[in-house]
Design a protein around this ligand. Sequence first.
Ligand code: PLP
Length: 315
Amino acid sequence: MIRYLTELSLEHFTEAARNVPYQQIQSGLFFGADVWIRRDDLIDPLLSGNKAYKLIYNLLEARKQGKDTIVTCGGAWSNHIHATAAAGQRFGFKTVGIIRGERPAKLSAMLQDSERFGMELRFVDRSLYRERHQKGFLERVDMCLLDSWFIPEGGANLEGGRGVQLLGKIIGEASPIGFDECWCPCGTGLTLGALTSSLPSSTQPVGVPVLKAEESILAIVKEWGSSGGEIKPPMLISDAQHGGYGKRSEQLDAFQARFEALAGFGLDHVYTAKLAFALEARLKGESKVYHGDHKTRVLLLHTGGLQGRRGLYGA
Ligand SMILES: *Cc1c(COP(=O)(O)O)cnc(C)c1O
C-alpha cells in the first residue's frame, strides 16, 4: 500500500488518496446518525488535507510546462503556503511565498517551517496585498518570473478545483459505505464547490463556513456546479463561525477537547473543530432521521490543518 506522496504523478497521488483511512466515530459523540470521518489529514505528514488535492494538478501542470518555480500568496498562518513550501522541497521546485503584511521580528511557526523547506518569503504591505486577485499584481510585487507557475491564495484556481473533484470521485468509488451527507468546512468555498460537482448524486454536500462569507461561498459553488452534469445544491450551515475566522468560543474549545479525547485524534481550531461542532449542534436539535433502513450516514472530511494548531499557543 502506498503511503505518503513521495512521487509526483497522478497515478501515485490517486493511489494514496484511495488509501486514506475512514474512521467510524463510535464514542457517543454524535447521537442519531452514523458518523464517519475521512482522514485526509493523513494523506501525507506535510502535504496534508484539502491543500494536497488543490496542489496536485498545479504541480503536474507546472512540471509539464517546464516551470522551475512556484509562486503563491497567503497570510502568516496559511496552510496553503505551508503545503506549497513542502511540495516544492519534496518535488524539486523553487518556491516563493508572497506574504501579507510586514515581516515580523519573529516569524510564525508556519512561516519558519516554510523557510526551512526552502521557500523565499516576500512580505508585501496589506494595501498592496489586497490587489492579489487583480491583473498586474505579480508585476507590482516584482514577481513576474518567466519560469514560474502562479497559484492564487488558498490554491483556488482551476487546477485546485480539479484536484478536489478527484477527491469527490474517490469518495464515491472507494468509501466503505454509501453516505447520505458529506460535510466539509468552507473558507473560500472552493472545496465545497468542487465536491458538489463530483460527489455521487445520492450524497448531499453540506458546507460549514468558518467565517461570514456565505454569499461568496455560494457564488463559488455555483461556478463549480455548472462545470459538471446534474448536481445537488449544497446545504450551508450559517451559524457555526464562533465569531469569525480563527476566532473561538469557550463552547468550541470544550467540544474540541471532548472530541479529541473520545475520538483519539486531533482537529484544527480554525476549520475542522467548527465542522464537527456544527454537526453535533445539528444532530442535537433533530430527531433521528432514517433513510430507508438506516440512520443518516454522515461523512465528515478531515481537511487537515493540524500544523496550524501551534498558533493556539502563541508560537
Ligand atoms: C484551506 C482549508 C479549508 C478551506 O478550504 P476552501 O476550499 O477554501 O473552502 C478547510 N480546512 C482546512 C484545514 C484548510 O486548510
